[in-house]
Ligand binder design. Structure first.
Ligand SMILES: CC(C)(COP(=O)(O)OP(=O)(O)OC[C@H]1O[C@@H](n2cnc3c(N)ncnc32)[C@H](O)[C@@H]1OP(=O)(O)O)[C@@H](O)C(=O)NCCC(=O)NCCS
Length: 158
């Protein structure tokens, strides 16, 4: 299982609902991404920006996603997640490597992102690829349970 194959490819029209379902599943964890339940699946699927989304696919199923929100100012902001059962098997790293290549090809000069300060897995992944911590937004996100979570800003010059 550890070496189960997966591929990284650009997202397509047929991926809308699977993307929304995976996003909603990770939102249910209330831990790694900012969005918390409920996720309106139809709306999420309809609004997804496919052009700047990479997906990881195993056995025809989407097991990870990464989207780059490209600004007009030369940087792109990343959001990403991997299905819980697939974490720790290099899927996130493969998505990030592909995104860095994509961003360089697009002529972006920088990738940036925000990550919850407690998210050791994500911070470890970003550091591994050369992202550095650029700042801390204190008590930035109010969670549904009333907690206020810090956000670490990270960036990679391309
Ligand atoms: C963060 C996330 C995308 C990482 O994806 P992944 O597929 O598990 O990551 P990989 O297996 O490719 O790991 C790559 C590197 O990340 C780091 N890493 C991964 N999991 C880690 C963990 N639990 N603790 C510390 N570092 C970790 C390591 O440097 C690892 O490299 P190594 O295998 O050589 O040690 C995944 O944990 C996830 O989807 N979490 C929930 C959603 C989320 O937090 N998204 C990010 C929001 S900013």
């Amino acid at each position: 299982m550890t070496d189960a194959p997966f591929e990284i490819r650009a997202a397509g029209e047929d991926d809308r609902l699977p993307l929304a379902l995976l996003f909603a599943a990770v939102a249910e964890e209330r831990d790694g991404i900012a969005t918390e339940p409920p996720v309106d699946l139809e709306e999420c699927a309809a609004r997804w920006t496919l052009e700047a989304t990479l997906v990881a696919v195993a056995d025809g199923e989407i097991i990870g996603l990464l989207d780059v929100d490209e600004s007009r100012f030369g940087f792109g902001e990343i959001g990403m997640l991997v299905a819980r059962d697939w974490r720790g098997r290099s899927v996130g790293g493969a998505l990030l490597a592909a995104a860095i290549e994509w961003a360089r090809d697009r002529g972006l000069h920088k990738l940036s992102l925000g990550v919850f300060a407690h998210n050791a897995a994500a911070i470890g992944l970003y550091r591994k690829f050369g992202f550095v911590e650029e700042g801390l937004r204190v008590k930035h996100y109010r969670r549904a349970n009333g907690e206020l979570w810090d956000r670490v800003e990270m960036g990679l010059l391309l």
